[in-house]
Structures are given as structure tokens and as C-alpha cells.
Ligand binder design. Structure first.
Ligand code: NAG
Length: 171
């Protein structure tokens, strides 16, 4: 019964908005897994958690869905790219300094370059992020991609009651 009540609330929750910078090698050692090379996902989509989401180290291993929504530099976002990054480090303990300080998250070069246009050379971007398990359609339908009226038209219909938890990744 509780699940039935809570489930729709979880599913309609929007992603959070934050900022992202990038950092370069050396990536080791990390605050989460020290020198272990196997900590990095093979697609190199990983990140360091900023102070706000580091959670005293509890953030280690968490997987965040991230999408670029805007930046101070024009043409910085690669449209419709959503990545899933694994937290392996703390942004405050990186070997190489991030491209901007104080961001919500600091992405690996590969992660940053997948959602942001490095030719435009943004030092940081505004992003939408959330832990997986929510309906990813929320990200696709979210502000920025569609005119406000269309968003409302699309978001109003009720979502399926039970979460499928299927995450479709763009590669
Ligand atoms: C990337 O940035 C460059 C330089 O600002 C720009 O010419 C190009 O159109 C951008 N590409 C995309 C996909 O926005």
C-alpha cells in the first residue's frame, strides 16, 4: 500500500540541476578505491563528487545520470546526450585540478566530452543529474528540449504505476 502511494511520486520527480567541470589524468589514486585500476568503467564514464553530493564517501560507487543543459559559453552542450557516470573520487582530493572549482560534480575527460562540446571550451556546464532508477523520460522531456507548453502536455498524463527501471543509455 505504501509502495502504491509513493511510487508515482518517485516517478514524477524531476532531476536535480547542478554544475559540472572536468578533470584530467592522473586519475589514480582515488579517494574511493585507491590504486585499483578496475574501479573505472570500461567506457571511462566516471566522475568525482563535489562537496554537495560526496556524502562523506557514501557517494562512492553511485551512478548518476547526467545531461548538459546550458553553459556560459555558447554551443557547449551536445544535445540529447545522457550519460551514466560512476563516482570514484572526491572533487576536493583530485590529483589534477578540475577545470572549474566548486561544481556539483567533476567528470572524467571522456564523460565531459560526451555531453559537452570541447571545441567550445567551456570550463563548466550546467547539468541535470539524478540517480538511476527514476524514469529517464523525465530527462528527455525536461525543460530546455521542448517548449513549455509541450512539456506540460506530455508530463501531465500519469506514468505507469510500477517502475520498470529500465535505463536506456545513449552511447
Ligand atoms: C562546438 O563548438 C564549436 C566552437 O564554438 C562550434 O563551432 C560548433 O558548432 C559546436 N558544435 C556543436 C555540436 O554545438
Amino acid at each position: 500500500m505504501i509502495l502504491l502511494i509513493i511510487s508515482p511520486l518517485i516517478q514524477t520527480s524531476q532531476a536535480d540541476v547542478g554544475t559540472a567541470a572536468q578533470y584530467s589524468p592522473p586519475y589514480l589514486p582515488t579517494s574511493c578505491y585507491s590504486e585499483s585500476a578496475s574501479q573505472f568503467p570500461s567506457n571511462n564514464l566516471f566522475a568525482a563528487a563535489g562537496d554537495g553530493i560526496w556524502d562523506n564517501g557514501a557517494a562512492c560507487g553511485r551512478q548518476y545520470m547526467v545531461r548538459c543543459i546550458s553553459a556560459a559559453v555558447a554551443d557547449s552542450c551536445i544535445a540529447d546526450q545522457v550519460i551514466q557516470v560512476k563516482i570514484v573520487d572526491s572533487a576536493l582530493a583530485l590529483r589534477s585540478p578540475p577545470s572549474a572549482s566548486g561544481t556539483t560534480i567533476v567528470l572524467s575527460e571522456t564523460a565531459f566530452g560526451t555531453i559537452a562540446n570541447n571545441s567550445a571550451a567551456p570550463t563548466s556546464i550546467n547539468m541535470e543529474f539524478q540517480l538511476p532508477g527514476h524514469v529517464m523520460d523525465n530527462l528527455k522531456l525536461n525543460r530546455g528540449l521542448l517548449p513549455m507548453q509541450m512539456q506540460m502536455d506530455i508530463e501531465v498524463p500519469s506514468l505507469p504505476l510500477m517502475d520498470t527501471d529500465v535505463i536506456k543509455m545513449s552511447s
